[in-house]
Design a protein around this ligand. Structure first.
Ligand SMILES: N[C@@H](CCC(=O)N[C@@H](CS)C(=O)NCC(=O)O)C(=O)O
Length: 214
């Protein structure tokens, strides 16, 4: 049994980011499944660990961390090899900026609690949610497509996998899940395909998790 535990759910794209980073850095971990469909994230026991009631949560020895980007930054500091932030401060800032487009501007608008609020409180149906989330995904993918077009290599910033790629792949999964049109984003589709050739990305896919269901 590892002293590293990821509180996780197969379909969580925020947790997917952390699974990728743990894999890239070669870190073993146990998974504790929090079934978001059954509302386990709101159970008193889990909220004692993470008052926000969301996944992921990473326990690493004495450290208990929520928020995927904070976890990725922690992993980068404590386990720097291989690095996910490259180059000088300006380059690292650009990588973080690309990751933030997904983590801050796009992903929160499609979170399951947002979907529940739109449907249950504001009376929108599932198709309207899909149109809403698809719109904001396309808005976020626009600048990332330009970045991918300008990249000198297979990934968003050349041939080194970065924090931005770690955030991109799960959002591409979300885009397909919610039937967002990816035709306007061929460079992102290509980067995603290249990322999925790496075992850390493939092993972290939702479908590859033990709790995956239809
Ligand atoms: N900004 C957070 C987002 C976490 C998040 O929204 N997780 C979702 C799954 S992807 C969740 O736990 N949703 C459960 C809920 O909202 O009830 C992060 O990056 O970790």
């Amino acid at each position: 049994m590892s002293d590293r535990v990821l509180y996780d759910f197969w379909r969580s794209s925020a947790a997917f980011r952390v699974r990728i980073a743990l894999g890239l850095k070669g870190l073993d971990y146990d998974r504790a499944v929090i079934d978001l469909n059954a509302g386990a994230q709101r159970s008193p026991g889990y909220r004692m660990l993470n008052p926000q009631g969301r996944v992921p949560l990473l326990i690493d020895g004495e450290a208990a961390l929520n928020q995927s980007l904070a976890i990725l930054e922690y992993l980068e500091e404590v386990y720097p090899d291989p690095p996910l932030l490259h180059g000088d401060a300006a380059m690292r800032g650009r990588i973080r900026g690309a990751a933030q487009i997904i983590v801050s501007d796009v992903h929160p608008l499609g979170n399951s609690s947002v979907m529940r609020y739109l449907e249950e409180r504001l009376g929108h149906d599932r198709d309207e949610f899909i149109a809403w989330y698809g719109h904001w995904m396309s808005v976020g993918f626009g600048p990332l497509e330009e970045l991918a077009e300008r990249s000198s290599g297979r990934f968003l910033f050349g041939d080194d996998v970065t924090l931005a790629d770690v955030c991109l792949a799960p959002q591409m999964y979300n885009a397909r899940r919610w039937r967002t049109d990816l035709e306007p984003f061929p460079a992102l589709v290509e980067v995603d395909k290249n990322l999925m050739e790496l075992s850390a990305f493939r092993n972290a896919r939702p479908e590859a998790q033990s709790d995956a269901s239809a």
